[in-house]
Write a new protein. Structure first.
Length: 195
């Protein structure tokens, strides 16, 4: 019996969103199932590109909440402009807290906030650890969220952080730089398997 493929929703259909869509051809066990953009034309164009590349059958969504609520969406990739990301994360959190949907992960094109004040807006108990240090697992149990900068750590360290987050029911945020290899690693971490 094969595992369900990971359904991903992409928020932002500009340059970065389209870069991620084009990179998806190198990703296994995942499909782009949703697109959301500030303009309907860009969203429709991105959805057409997804279909043309054979990397999913996306719906075009009108709101972040609708995307979170859709059962085909397991994870969200935020590729929208910097100034919109706080608002998007707040809507994702609000939708999940109100029980409108569930996600196993959120990946955000860096940066999530444009400054420390925006980052603190989340009220996250932010601590920085070297995820490869032996005591990392016990330290992560005392935090409100796990944030992994995927381009800064090894795949095994990412997997360890993801396992700790999942086993302790801690929200997980993956920050990654652009690139097909990193997308594969993020998806592998979310699905809990090697890529």
């Amino acid at each position: 019996m094969s595992k369900k493929r990971l359904g991903v929703g992409i928020i932002g259909a500009g340059f970065i969103g389209n870069f991620h869509i084009r990179s998806w051809v190198g990703v296994r066990d995942s499909d782009i199932m949703g697109i959301l953009s500030r303009t309907e034309k860009k969203a429709n164009d991105a959805a057409a590109l997804v279909k043309q590349l054979g990397v999913g059958e996306p719906k075009v969504f009108r709101s972040v909440t609708d995307m979170v609520a859709d059962p085909t969406i397991d994870a969200i990739w935020i590729c929208a402009p910097n100034f919109t990301r706080i608002e998007i994360m707040e809507e994702i959190a609000d939708a999940i807290e109100k029980g409108k949907g569930e996600l196993i992960g959120v990946a955000c094109e860096k940066p999530l906030g444009r400054n420390v004040a925006e980052a603190k807006k989340y009220g996250i108990n932010l601590k920085v650890f070297n995820v490869s240090e032996p005591s990392m697992s016990s330290k992560l149990k005392s935090v409100d969220a796990v944030v992994v900068f995927t381009n800064k750590v090894s795949h095994n360290a990412k997997k360890q952080a993801v396992c700790v987050a999942k086993s302790n029911d801690i929200p997980l945020y993956l920050y990654h730089s652009c690139g097909m290899c990193t997308l594969r690693e993020c998806l592998g971490c979310l699905k809990g398997k090697e890529n």
